[in-house]
Design a protein around this ligand. Structure first.
Ligand code: F6R
Length: 622
């Protein structure tokens, strides 16, 4: 949600900023803007609504904005509608109009996050003679910095830290001060921000892909820290304005991982990267036939003493939790509770004994998941983050971190991160079961051998994609789709339904198959598509019966089952088979056809697959 970039160095800034913003498009946005300075000159601000190419067109691909220091922003509207006036950058001056052009302002800034007390601060600033041209909370912060800067005649860092003390909410801020040409100042609380360095240049961004082309040396600025950035020099400060040092991290991602690599969409590329994402994640946790969780810091003693597991996450990551619940309950025999982070954070859930709270998040920045993690820590639980983005806030704040190795995920709809999370949770379940004696040594070996086959089996499922492409053309005009299953198959149905609705905009629902009769079946009409997931042998017959009940009310049926269950073809209209595997792990295979079906349906409907409307990749606001 919102993307920030910054550059200062020897090259023209605007093309670099536009390139960086294009790599943050996946975060979701509705308008964009740049502010660039040429030496001592005033900052030139250009903004545009809609897609980034409008901003690129307005600036002749950045060439018409002269200057070597600048900041850029893609905005996902929170305060105020998506308009040029509300687009960032915002300026401190009492300008009329939209705050664009060469601006007579001492401070120019961009912001990601939400300032909760902006109305109260705006009142204060109005009282001190400031005028406002936009509806945004960002304009208020920029003006507040300007106010402290002038009132106390202090430097930018002191003005920023005073502002940080005064505002409530979340922010990643990048600011330029008229008196400090060639420098960018930044601050962060609960919104992502990284700073990259290179010879005679420095970069700033919401996420690594924006700067990966230019540098791999990055700093993860901490919560409540500020930074001063000049070509080849970066300094960090705490809330008192005292300089602090931060470790420099080398990004090891392959730069090509953040490119489409010949695929039409990032989502399709990422679907195809799943064998690698799962294999890399498994290989990082299983060494020489033994699970090794030492990198997470979770000791055998901690695992042995657990009395309960709570899994907290949002969206697809929550669906991973739902699947893991069945696996952990069955293998480890521990009570497991799976909660939506947005609910968990406001409930008074007791955490008796030794509870392990597992927070699952691709981005590691989801506001609700982060808040849930903090609540769990306050209540004394041991916390484990299962996160994909290294150095993200959730990863840094949890007691233990298990990194999934899915690489950068750009498409808004998650696929490879989901699969990597599923694999990570499966490994965790097997290790917990082994350490707690609920599986034998032989079962442990068998489970690990089965897990090791998953990447290749995913690859085999992907080979069947043309049939799903064909089937998607049949359902392209569907109004409603129901996904049903029991047990683990229900967890997969939840994910299949979300994938479908978020990128195809076709209404869909997932139901535990046994629930249909309690209301939902009244929605079944002639040709309503019902997709049954049928991978759990004990529950197979029951779900087939539920599907047949739908068919007798006119439904059109698709089934996903494991190889060999050919009898299903007597009941359903279209069947997809996935390779046989241990039933605890078969969800990793069953989800793939559902991802492909959603993908091709979105393509067939001519939609923006990678950036579905109204959605953002990383939901950093509540
Ligand atoms: C759906 C999807 C979202 C995310 C959710 C959590 O395809 O990607 O539902 O799973 O927003 O995001 P993270 O995992 O970054 O916390």
């Amino acid at each position: 949600m919102c993307g920030i970039v910054g550059y200062t160095g020897g090259h023209q800034a605007a093309p670099i900023l536009l390139d960086g913003l294009s790599r943050l498009e996946y975060r979701g946005y509705d308008s964009a803007g740049l502010a660039v300075r040429n030496g001592e000159s005033l900052a030139e601000v250009v903004k545009a609504t809609g897609k980034l190419y409008h901003l690129a067109d307005k600036t002749d691909q950045g060439r018409s904005l002269i200057g070597t220091c600048g900041i850029g922003h893609t905005r996902w509207a929170t305060h105020g509608d998506p308009s040029v006036t509300n687009a960032h950058p915002h300026v401190s001056g009492n300008c009329t109009g939209s705050g664009s052009g060469a601006v007579e302002s001492d401070v120019v800034g961009v912001h990601n996050g939400i300032i909760e007390n902006f109305a109260e601060l705006k009142e204060k600033l109005l009282h001190h003679g400031y005028q406002f041209y936009s509806d945004t909370d960002t304009e208020v912060v920029v003006k507040l910095v300007d106010y402290y800067y002038k009132k106390y005649k202090i430097g930018p860092i002191d003005a920023i830290t005073r502002t940080m003390v005064r505002v409530r909410g979340s922010y990643a801020l990048a600011l330029m001060f008229r008196d400090y040409p060639g420098e960018i100042f930044a601050a962060r609380k609960d919104s992502p921000l990284i700073i990259g360095t290179a010879d005679e240049a420095a970069y700033l961004a919401s996420d690594v892909p924006a700067i990966l082309k230019y540098t791999r040396q990055v700093y993860y600025i901490d919560n409540l820290q500020a930074a001063r950035i000049a070509p080849g020099s970066v300094k960090f400060y705490d809330l008192n304005g005292d300089e602090v040092s931060l470790p420099l991290t080398e990004i090891t991602w392959d730069a090509a991982a953040a490119e489409k690599g010949g695929y039409e969409h990032f989502m399709l590329k990422e679907i195809h990267e799943q064998p690698t994402a799962v294999r890399d994640t498994l290989n990082s946790l299983v060494k020489d036939g033994q699970i090794d969780l030492s990198a997470t810091g979770l000791t055998d003693d901690v695992i042995g003493s657990l009395t309960q597991v709570d899994i907290v996450a949002c969206g697809s990551a929550w669906h991973v939790g739902m699947a893991a619940q069945y696996v952990i309950e069955d293998l480890v025999k521990l009570p497991v509770r799976v909660e939506l982070a947005s609910e968990f954070r406001y409930r008074s859930i007791p955490m008796p004994g030794n509870t392990l709270v597992i927070v699952i998040s691709q981005s590691g920045e989801t506001a609700d998941s982060l808040a849930a993690l903090r609540v769990a820590k306050e209540r004394g639980a041991t916390t484990l983050a299962v996160v994909n983005v290294v150095g993200s806030t959730i990863a840094r704040e949890a007691d233990h971190v298990l990194y999934t190795l899915a690489g950068p995920e750009i498409a808004v709809a998650t696929t490879k991160a989901y699969s990597a999370q599923l694999a990570a949770l499966d490994v965790l379940a097997v290790q917990m079961a082994f350490l707690r004696g609920t599986v034998s040594g032989d079962q442990y070996t068998h489970l690990l051998e089965e897990l090791a086959t998953i990447p290749d089996k995913i690859r085999r499922v992907l080979e069947d994609k043309e049939r799903l492409q064909w089937f998607s053309s049949k359902i392209v005009n569907a109004h409603d789709i129901f996904f049903i299953g029991r047990g683990l198959d229900y967890a997969i149905s939840l994910e299949g339904s979300l994938k479908m609705k978020e990128i195809s905009y076709i209404h869909s629902e997932a139901y535990a198959a046994g629930e249909l009769k309690h209301g939902t079946i009244s929605l079944i009409e002639n040709n309503t598509l019902v997709i049954g997931v049928l991978t759990q042998s004990q529950l197979f017959e029951k779900t087939v019966s539920n599907m047949v009940e739908c068919k007798s009310r006119g439904a059109y049926l698709m089934g996903i089952t494991t190889n060999g269950n050919f009898a299903v073809e007597d009941s359903v209209n279209f069947t997809v088979y996935v390779p046989r595997t241990d039933e605890h792990f078969v969800s990793s295979l069953a989800v793939i056809p559902l991802q492909l079906l959603a993908y091709y349906t979105s393509v067939n409907r001519g939609l923006d697959v990678d950036k579905p409307r109204n959605l953002a990749k990383s939901v950093t606001v509540e």
